[in-house]
Design a protein around this ligand. Structure first.
Ligand code: HEM
Length: 465
């Protein structure tokens, strides 16, 4: 719990695997496996495993779980079948225009003249614009997208300052939730109230805001000009039972999506920019790929950017080194037990395969600590081996249901940025003093329920030809 509180349990667990081997007992009933095969066995659709009891800490309501916190398989499947349609390719097509509008606002914010009134330029003599903290800017984009999709109203964080406390409050919730998830007694014994005593008012403020927005959106019902996720959730039936989400479900699901879809995507975006800013070769290649394919930034659409393999490789490699969810989602063994790599585990055991350790396991990745997007551009055994251990969205029946939205945001944003700008670390940037050399500067995050990142601080200027 001490390491979870600090946000570096994922680094400790990797160390423990290096010292003690592939399987490590990390708690009285808990075994961690640093193995792709074990991950597949623990999370197989038919495996006798279920989300651990700790997932209860992810629900705002004691009586009504959301898709993530639902432990009962029947309840989870019902909600999941609805979310799978809402966040399917066809479902997202209806909100694509809204997403791209927020992506473009993010790209414009990075530009050299973004802060200036029409008559005044903010760029320096060489054309570089103001320094931007990328974790903050990426948060602004992902929170604007997800609040707009959930509640039909963007937080508008690029322009307005009054809601900029929001990402910080979500980070507190992420920290509290992971402590409850990894040690269920943490919440049961009300230790969370003690540990987060001084931070409680900020969390309650956020909960009140979300409840108020949820009610306001629910009151508008289907009377909206443009469809949002709330509209889809309200109007989508479960194909198996014909059932719909209740009004309580709706605001709980909207709140869950708001949290699940913001920090995750933002860490992936900021992490990608961090690594590109430290890898001139990768940055040059990704810029070439995009600039040779598109005539204008608006041409970069989700459908067309899907053909940019190196854009995706740069993002995937960043999510490998800095997974937005670092922990191994804990699964409880059900009656009958399961076999993992030839070992039998009885009912009640908690099994997990930590994503951060898997992603840096040299059995699957050569030079596992280096940023090498090229590893995703080849075919053959190396690629296949790496792909099995690369699980940022996790695998199995509880894997990420929102991955398509994340990929849409990430690929279009990265491609539009490198289409429009050259970029560099700000001189004196606090990660490595603005003097990057390959592999010298790992991206630091707090590994809570989602990863909370800091920096990099960067500058942008209109692209050179
Ligand atoms: C780069 C971005 C993202 C990453 C890396 C990511 C990763 C993950 C992971 C690892 C899980 C499994 C967690 C667990 O079982 O404990 C998960 C679950 C989930 N994610 Fe994401 N996520 C991302 C973005 C999103 C977005 C944009 C949304 C919504 C719009 C979303 C919605 C969900 C939901 C609803 C679940 C629960 C699924 C279930 O239990 O059936 N995620 N995500």
């Amino acid at each position: 719990m001490y390491f979870v509180w600090r946000g570096d349990l994922h680094i400790k667990i990797r160390e423990w695997h290096e010292i003690y081997g592939e399987a490590v007992r990390t708690g009285p009933d808990t075994v961690s496996y640093n193995s792709a095969t074990a991950n597949e066995q623990i999370n197989a659709v038919r495996a006798r495993t279920v989300k651990s009891d700790g997932y209860r800490s992810m629900s705002t309501s004691r009586t009504t779980p959301n898709t993530i916190s639902a432990i009962d398989k029947k309840t989870h499947s019902f909600k999941r079948r609805i979310q799978s349609q809402v966040l399917s390719e066809a479902g997202l097509k209806t909100v694509e225009g809204r997403v791209l509008g927020h992506v473009q606002e993010f790209v414009d914010y990075l530009g050299p003249d973004a802060d200036a009134p029409m008559s005044e330029k903010t760029r320096d003599a060489e054309g570089w614009g103001p320094s931007r903290n990328m974790s903050e800017a990426c948060n602004f984009m992902t929170y604007n997208v997800i609040s707009d999709l959930c509640y039909g109203e963007s937080l508008d964080l690029f322009k307005a300052c009054d809601l900029r406390w929001f990402p910080g409050a979500v980070a507190l919730i992420s920290r509290r939730v992971v402590m409850g998830m990894l040690h269920p007694k943490f919440n049961a014994w009300k230790l969370d109230r003690l540990v987060f005593l001084t931070k409680r008012s900020r969390m309650l403020h956020l909960a009140a805001w979300v409840r108020e927005r949820g009610s306001a959106r629910a009151a508008r019902g289907n009377d909206v000009e443009q469809r949002d996720i709330f509209y889809s959730m309200m109007n989508t039936a479960d194909p198996k039972t014909g059932g719909h989400l209740t009004s309580k479900d709706l605001w709980l699901e909207a709140m869950m999506v708001l949290i699940a879809g913001s920090d995750t995507t933002s860490t992936a975006m900021a992490g990608t920019l961090h690594h590109l800013l430290h890898s001139p070769q990768a940055l040059a290649e990704v810029s070439d790929e995009v600039r040779s394919r598109f005539e204008t930034a608006e041409d970069v659409t989700p459908a067309r950017v899907a053909g940019c393999k190196f854009v995706r490789a740069c993002i995937d490699e960043a999510m490998r080194l800095t997974p937005p969810v670092v922990h191994g989602p804990p699964r409880r063994v059900e009656a009958g037990g399961v076999e993992v790599k030839g070992e039998y585990f009885g009912e009640g055991t908690i099994l997990q395969a930590p994503i951060y350790s898997l992603h840096r396991n040299e059995e699957y990745f050569e030079a596992p600590d280096e940023y090498r997007p090229w590893r995703w551009m080849v075919e053959g055994d190396d690629f296949d081996r790496a792909s099995r251990a690369f699980v940022p969205f996790h695998v199995g029946p509880y894997s990420c249901v929102g991955w398509r939205l994340a990929v849409m945001e990430l690929t279009t944003a990265l491609a539009r940025i490198v289409f429009s700008y050259d970029m560099r670390l700000s001189p004196g940037a606090h990660c490595c003093g603005g003097k990057p050399s390959a592999g010298s500067c790992p991206y630091q995050v707090k590994g809570w329920m989602t990863s909370i990142a800091e920096g990099p601080v960067a500058q942008f200027k209109a692209r050179s030809s």
